[in-house]
Design a binder for this molecule. Sequence first.
Ligand SMILES: *Cc1c(COP(=O)(O)O)cnc(C)c1O
Length: 412
Amino acid sequence: MVALQHTESRLSSREHAALTRSVTARNYAPLPVVVAEAHGAWVTDVDGRRYLDCLAGYSALNFGHGHPVLLRAAREQLERVTLTSRAFYNDRLGPFARDLAALAGMDLVLPMNTGAEAVEAGIKVARRWGYQVKGVPAGRAQIVVAAANFHGRTTTIVSFSTDESAREGFGPFTPGFTVVPYGDADALRAALTPETVAVLIEPVQGEAGVVVPPPGYLAAVRQACTDAGVLFIADEVQSGLGRTGATFACELEGVIPDVYLLGKALGGGIVPVSAVVSRRDVLDVLTPGSHGSTFGGNPLAAAVGSAVVGLLATGEYQQRAAALGVRLRDRLDGLVGRGVRAVRSRGLWAGIDIDPDLMTGRDACERLAERGVLVKDTHGQTIRLSPPLVVEPDDLDRAVEALAAVLDEGAR
Ligand SMILES: *Cc1c(COP(=O)(O)O)cnc(C)c1O
């Protein structure tokens, strides 16, 4: 391990946290862990303590920290060219888009950077498709979304959030969205009108606490969209790229959407890379000047994205997520009734509802950190486990044992 060179490295964890809090906007309340290095599934803090990373950057680190194949791709590209803008071609974007489209079974890729940008671009494409292809009257397009969704943080996206803390004080909001309950295909079908251009949903709701819809729901959504002539947009920013035991969570239900929105793991935890991936007849509504991004499709992002697609093309990570997911679920089910109210999971991705009589999700996370396991709470009582897919089985078991110990210890 290489010693950090900066003078700041002499600050303690406590001092770093205080410094960061004093000079950054308060839009986060981090756990008191100051990460200085990370390799694979493990991170080391500034005081030299090691933690198993069971959050993995909310699935941005599906391949772990510093995966050698991804680091090599980034390093080699750093030396060649990193940014061209889309004013010119670069020799990385074509191969990346070709291979990503092939992985998704689609035709075209619209490269962006963050997940929210992919969602925004998906909304724009759906609206334009609605006007130009479906024939919706100008300015009337509607998009149906699900309650408890999480699609990002832009003004338009929070316009259709049902989480008041994400919206409060940020209006006026963008119109054109209809919210229906998640998991209820009849309600969704009833909400489709001749002016509906798309249904935008997460195949598994991540931020909501790894909420898995009832069996058959995604297939029913697919059928409803086909019947009504509406685009099915699957936001697989968090559920996609191996996490659930398949390349896409939709696959587990045998469903093919019209549009995939990808992000997070697509950048290998190195650079932000996102994409709208769809058929030619959908993405062809975009014309020069109608959409763009200074950084989208840059050669560094494309080189890393290509390497990510290469890792996924082997199927190895999807299989690992599926196998480790069975193991994780088995062990977590053993905690139900022992301080855990409910467990939901898909592949190596679990939402665990902590008994509110015992402690909050935040308490559980702080106490897990003291025991060397990093996880994050969501919506008060739920903790979410999404370790890198490269995690060792024994380490995964120890994380669950640490959770069991925290729960057995009970309220403090
Ligand atoms: C994280 C997330 C986003 C937003 O991604 P950012 O890169 O944070 O903008 C969108 N959709 C889903 C499902 C996500 O989990």
